[in-house]
Write a new protein. Structure first.
Lengths: 280, 235
């Protein structure tokens, strides 16, 4: 486990051994692979807080490959609402399935993914919980569309930047509000029928040669923003090296004071000319 | 960990708690003795758990005729002992509020220079009596502490026992529901104070746990011998 800045003493504590029975999702997951036109890496690690409490990972990622369209999603269940790990699982799965099946542009598909995830959560009998969700839809030769509810976000990592600060940029506006103090308001999809519809943000982005789209939960996004001289450059460098799935999980599992949330990273490389992106 | 000084471009989230404790003469005897017994337990409970200590900063302000910083805002894992408190003098709420306003601003600036990013600070205000200073004066000081245009204004929880006035405690928390509490009738300070300190530890633990999961909250302690002061709805 690498230290990024001040290490977290809590991250060094051996957590209690959890029974796998009844766990909604794996505490640690890593996947990866290529289609003919893109390469995907994905990893999620349980945060220090949940580990020490003997609880599971409330983040979940999913993707669906429809040949000429790839849909991917990251959902971050809200720890303060019971059942949110299930909500994250349901929302991410429903979103990528719907986004792959949807007609229209990648943006239409990403928005459909979010809408179907919300409808799906509300439609499941006895469902409970709340989750943030970000859905990405990529097609060969087109801009990538992203739609989200809540504070999961996406970065674009650029190779060969002259300065460290130019090696990454966030595609959604970072959280606003009080510049001096941390704000904690989080939008979410909920399983509650009488809650108002979620507010959806969307954006379309183009990846230039060698750039990587990185979709993350706030467990990664917050330290990435707050660690411009430690976390951000290490993440950018590690991702540009196209890590294996397990290396990506290791990259996410860093130690940093006060950063104890679950962490999820999906990284996507595209070939602009339709051929598979070359390995580094 | 917090001894590492970093530039302001690197930010580390901490959750500051200020215990603002009435040490006027009426606290002499069993109440202040209970406080002095319980504070070391609070220090060990919070300071010896790395998961809590790395995100919580804790300070103690005492007030009577004047207000003092008895324990500067700190990482409790680095504190070897908390100071013993003594009771004397009257109950100046204005001294407490003005002192809090000043040290919160100073502590924030010091922390920010060291790379800390703050969650909104929490003030746990504990009093066993009514303010002895002029109402206009303490209300003006409270107004400065709770000034909506002051970005570092704290969330305040107020706890009263003995001769504390529920309506005044409600004012201290801006008449927000479930922020002001008063001891049940007949509950002795010897029972209330240990419960309060134990509740404060639970509040800090739960609040720090909420930081871990990405949705920070100030968690209000549950106290068996105290009840929330009802807040009248306004027309």
């Amino acid at each position: 486990m690498r230290d990024f800045g001040r290490p977290s003493p809590a991250a060094a504590i051996e957590p209690p051994l959890r029974s796998p029975a009844g766990a909604t999702s794996a505490g640690y997951r890593a996947d990866g692979g290529a289609t003919g036109w893109c390469v995907l890496r994905a990893a999620t690690v349980t945060g220090v807080g949940h580990r020490l409490a003997g609880e599971g990972n409330q983040d979940y990622y999913a993707w669906a490959d429809a040949g000429a369209r790839l849909a991917l999603a990251v959902a971050d269940g809200l720890g303060s609402v019971p059942g949110s790990d299930c909500a994250a699982h349901l929302a991410a799965g429903a979103a990528v399935a719907a986004a792959c099946d949807a007609y229209g542009t990648p943006l239409d598909a990403a928005l459909a993914g979010v809408a179907c995830a919300e409808a799906g959560l509300r439609g499941v009998e006895a469902a409970q919980g709340a989750t943030t969700l970000i859905v990405g839809v990529a097609e060969p030769g087109r801009e990538i569309a992203l739609a989200r509810v809540g504070d999961s976000t996406a970065f674009i990592v650029t190779p060969g930047a002259q300065q460290e600060s130019e090696s990454w940029r966030e595609v959604f506006p970072p959280p606003s509000g009080d510049e001096d103090l941390v704000t904690v308001a989080t939008g979410a999809l909920t399983a509650t029928m009488d809650s108002p519809p979620a507010s959806i943000e969307s954006v379309e982005v183009e990846l230039l040669d060698g750039e990587v789209l990185v979709v993350v939960s706030d467990g990664v996004a917050v330290p990435w923003r707050d660690g411009p001289s430690t976390v951000a450059p290490a993440m950018a460098e590690g991702i540009l090296a196209r890590p294996s799935p397990l290396q990506l999980a290791g990259l996410a599992d860093f130690s940093r004071q006060g950063c104890h949330d679950d962490r999820t990273i999906l990284a996507l490389w595209l070939a602009r000319d339709g051929s598979p992106p070359a390995d580094e | 960990m917090s001894s590492v000084n970093v530039g302001v471009e690197e930010r580390y989230a901490v959750f500051p708690f200020y215990l603002c404790l009435d040490v006027s003469a009426s606290m002499a005897g069993a109440p202040i003795d209970s406080v002095n017994r319980e504070l070391p337990l609070l220090r060990s409970s919070v300071g010896e758990d790395p998961a809590i200590a790395e995100v919580i900063r804790f300070g103690i302000v005492t007030f009577s005729d004047v207000a003092h910083t008895a324990l500067p805002l700190c990482d409790l894992s680095l504190v070897e002992a908390v100071p013993e408190l003594a009771a004397q003098g009257r109950t100046s709420y204005s001294a407490a509020f003005d002192h809090l306003r000043r040290i919160i601003e100073d502590d924030y600036n010091t922390g920010r220079a060291g790379g800390d990013k703050w969650y909104r600070p929490a003030v746990v205000f504990v009093s066993d009596g009514r303010p002895t200073d002029d109402p206009e004066r303490w209300r003006a000081a409270l107004g400065r502490l709770a000034d909506p245009s002051w970005r570092r204004r704290p969330n305040i929880l107020a706890f009263g026992f003995g001769d504390a006035d529920p309506s005044i405690l409600a004012e201290v928390v801006g008449s927000q529901p479930n922020r002001a509490f008063v001891a049940d009738e007949g509950a002795p300070p010897s029972r209330v104070v240990p419960e309060l300190m134990s509740g404060l530890v639970k509040s800090i633990v739960s609040s720090s746990a909420s930081v871990y999961t990405g949705s920070a909250q100030l968690v209000v302690p549950e106290l068996p011998s105290m009840h929330a002061i009802p807040v009248d709805p306004l027309d």
